[in-house]
Design a protein around this ligand. Structure first.
Ligand code: GSH
Length: 200
């Protein structure tokens, strides 16, 4: 049974980027549809929010909302959830840790748009080394956050947040070689490298 995927989101990276990176990591094609007629589409979406993944197969069409539900669905379908229970649990713990980190970063990354107080921004950068130490501690001496030989969805989430830090303040990761190495490793996967080369 063949399945096709269409990702609906605003013409931004935002909450859709980890999903796009899941497709790139799994080397699976998808159609990226930038939404510019949102007021018209909003009432037709499951939760009135984007991203939405439209999955079409012989058995019909399904719309999936909630970016993390989409990421986890794709992780299961593309075998990026972890190979066994230990890897799956490690990946889930890392993914939640990275999601906590990502939500603290959002007001800093989008400070101009969200009118974030300078004190919040300063505190974020002051606390960042402790956050990164926690993340490196979870990785330990493993190659990937799941602890196995191949990446899981947690590595994809980590890549996206690391990438956003590298573009906002590259020196913020200077003292965290394991995280930078993980970013380099995922970026070096041929399908991910191909995606990054052409992404807007
Ligand atoms: N928890 C949801 C949040 C989705 C969300 O906040 N989407 C925003 C864009 S990032 C949106 O659709 N805003 C337009 C609206 O609510 O009308 C997810 O992760 O998918």
């Amino acid at each position: 049974m063949s399945t096709s995927y269409e990702l609906l989101y605003f013409p931004l990276r935002g909450r859709a980027e980890p999903i796009r990176l899941m497709f790139a990591t799994a080397n699976v094609d998808f159609t990226n549809t930038p939404i510019t007629n949102w007021p018209e589409l909003k009432p037709k979406t499951p939760l009135g929010q984007l991203p939405v993944l439209v999955e079409r197969s012989d058995s019909g069409e399904r719309q999936i909302a909630q970016s993390m539900a989409i990421v986890r669905h794709l992780a299961r379908v593309f075998d990026l959830a972890g190979k066994d229970e230990a890897e799956k649990t490690n990946a889930d713990v890392a993914a939640e840790t990275i999601n906590d980190w990502r939500s603290k970063f959002a007001p800093v990354q989008f400070a101009a748009f969200m009118h974030t107080d300078q004190a919040v921004i300063d505190k974020y950068w002051a606390d960042l080394p402790a956050t990164l130490r926690t993340a490196e501690g979870l990785l330990g001496s493993c190659t990937w956050f799941g602890g196995g030989e191949s990446p899981t969805y947690a590595d994809v989430l980590a890549f996206d947040t690391l990438d956003n830090h590298l573009s906002t303040k590259p020196e913020s990761l200077a003292d965290f070689p394991k995280l930078r190495a993980l970013h380099d490793r995922l970026r070096a996967l041929p399908s991910v490298a191909g995606y990054l080369e052409k992404r807007a």
